[in-house]
Design a protein around this ligand. Sequence first.
Ligand code: GRG
Length: 290
Amino acid sequence: MTVTDINTTLGEYKVLIDKALYSYFSGKNRLFDMMYYSLDNGKRIRPILVIATFKACGGSDMGVIMPIACGLELIHTYSLIHDDLPSMDDDDFRRGKASAHKQYGEAAAILSGDGLFAYAFELFTQGSGSPEQKTAVITHVSQAVGPGGVVYGQVLDTTDRPVPSPKMLRKIHLNKTAKFIAASVKCGAIMGSASQKQSDALHDAGIYLGMLFQYTDDILDITGRKERLGKTPGKDAAAGKLTAAGLYGLDGARFRAERYAQRATDGFLACGKQFQELVQITDFVLKRTY
Ligand code: GRG
């Protein structure tokens, strides 16, 4: 499959996800409109990973997987809203437009995030998956995004001033980004009824993909253009953040990004050739420009 083909595939997934997201938010009230404002215009990598893994595991019923996939996008969007707040990363621009607190004010932005977080868990209980599968998803996602995952990574990255070291960089990337990306793969595997062994193996490959994702994020913060990224570049260095490019230089970060991509690829392929699409998504993440 060529790069153009995977772009087409990702575009098709995005259309499906955007349509479902719209259906969960349209025609309700102003709070839902505010939450939807922040949701609109994301790349949808996490829900795409959920659906691609689900399908590769033999799943086909979109009624099973869509509420789970969208729930993860709601949590991700919540994290972006809170990350942009003046007390955190302080960014006025997100997904190609004014960030939530610039558009609606700080209180409304915080509450939009709160609403997205809770609504995500409501979505996890919906759909035609089994109660056991839904419980496993809720267990796994709450562990990946909570104080043992994304929140911990954000604490290290934002409120602590970590001494720069490869070990600390890995800890921040793992918690802030990789566990969430791996959880997306894991949720697809759970809902696709993969065996415990296979879903663990997919999760491990997902961790490498997540590390790669944060490496390319760090690189794009230096090399990316604002209009293409849809967010403000150059913020990491300005804030004195510990990043891959800061620690290893651009070439060192690119070298390590390629190594993570190779590890993710090897991990997905070891699970079987039906996971080829996850390999292509890995390659897209390695080469991404936004
Ligand atoms: C409980 C999930 C949760 C969060 C609370 C605010 C916070 C704690 C965490 C912020 C974590 C954060 C912003 C991590 C960065 C992850 C990252 C690389 C985001 C960019 O993701 P993309 O490129 O963005 O997928 P789009 O806009 O395309 O969805």
